[in-house]
Design a protein around this ligand. Structure first.
Ligand SMILES: CC(C)(COP(=O)(O)OP(=O)(O)OC[C@H]1O[C@@H](n2cnc3c(N)ncnc32)[C@H](O)[C@@H]1OP(=O)(O)O)[C@@H](O)C(=O)NCCC(=O)NCCS
Length: 305
């Protein structure tokens, strides 16, 4: 059978098995058991990313014991379109750890990505040492913050979207389909599955539709009225004053969670301060030419995976 072989532990190694409903269910169970992360809403959101290349070990009862998936995630880095893959859903059940299963999955997935012509691979992890032997390097991430600019008068309030409403979901999908990268320095070019799943699973994320500008704004507002701008999905990016005026006019501070090269305020580039983002999870990248992005960058949390 395609994509199957037995290994010395008596497990069955399977690739590209998301089309098999039982194997998909077993994969969802693995992610829930290990991370308490429920990916089953993806079924409502149109199914798993069709570019996914999962490889997993299954036992005789059909339980998914271990998995690592790659998926297509083209990115813009320093003005260049890069054919990149993301890696995600890397996990091994506790009773099977320490036997080299994950090392096998990394090597298989790495080989598949190279054979598929990916120039770069990105992942986020709390265990960077796992990936260093394959040549992955940590890309330091930054947060950008600055003053709220003057808000232009007469800005119509943006409409709050509800991703669980089919019409709103269709609108978000269409905006994602036509989007421009939110930064020319470091941003995803075409990846909608993680945006939709992150928005679905995170109640603190608000999505707004700006009718005139034809864009979806993803943001979070803290109790002390600090606005965190997560992503702007559209063909163009409105000025920061317009964005804030339409979505959170009461905000007193603004943090932007992606490089700000396309953000303007008061008719000029926004004067943002970059501070290291020192969370426990780090962004790692392998690149065929080892060309890491220059200057302070951050992957939009809406593209996080
Ligand atoms: C991390 C995890 C996937 C490792 O799986 P595993 O099958 O036990 O790993 P392997 O036995 O194949 O070990 C491969 C290598 O990684 C090393 N390694 C294992 N766990 C590690 C960790 N947490 N941090 C750093 N290195 C680790 C091993 O020492 C081994 O090194 P070697 O090749 O030099 O001998 C597994 O512990 C797990 O599922 N953890 C919980 C989920 C998680 O953290 N996933 C990673 C997502 S990025």
């Amino acid at each position: 059978m395609r994509g199957r072989s037995c290994d010395s532990n008596g497990l069955v190694l399977r690739s590209d098995y998301f089309g098999d409903p039982l194997a998909w269910r077993a994969f969802c169970d693995l992610l829930f058991d290990i991370f308490r992360f429920d990916v089953s809403p993806l079924t409502v959101l149109g199914g798993p990313d069709p570019t996914s290349m999962p490889t997993g070990y299954f036992d005789a009862d059909g339980r998914c014991i271990a998995n690592l998936s790659a998926f297509s995630m083209p990115v813009m880095i320093d003005g260049k379109h890069i054919k990149a893959a993301g890696w995600q859903s890397g996990a091994v059940r506790p009773e099977w750890r320490g036997r080299g299963l994950f090392r096998d999955l990394m090597q298989i997935t790495f080989g598949r990505c190279r054979a598929a012509g990916f120039e770069a691979i990105l992942l986020t992890t709390r265990h960077p040492a796992l990936y260093q032997p394959l040549g992955f390097r940590t890309v330091p991430q930054w947060r950008f913050s600055g003053p709220v600019p003057a808000l232009p008068g007469g800005i119509p309030p943006a409409r709050r979207l509800d991703i669980r409403q089919p019409d709103d979901l269709a609108l978000i999908r269409e905006a994602l389909r036509c989007r421009q990268p939110v930064s020319d320095r470091f941003a995803v070019l075409d990846q909608s599955h993680m945006f939709l799943l992150n928005a679905w699973l995170s109640p603190s994320i608000s999505l707004h539709w700006m009718e005139q500008e034809h864009c979806v704004v993803a943001s979070e507002l803290t109790n002390d009225e600090r606005l965190s701008l997560l992503d702007v999905v559209g063909a163009a990016i409105p000025s920061l004053g317009t964005l804030i005026g339409a979505t959170a006019a009461m905000a007193t501070h603004v943090d932007v969670q992606f490089p700000t090269d396309r953000i303007c305020a008061d008719g000029q580039p926004w004067d943002a301060r970059a501070d290291p983002d020192e969370g426990a999870t780090v962004l790692m990248m392998w690149s065929r030419h080892m060309a890491l992005p220059h200057g302070p960058v951050k992957l939009s949390p809406m593209a996080d995976f």
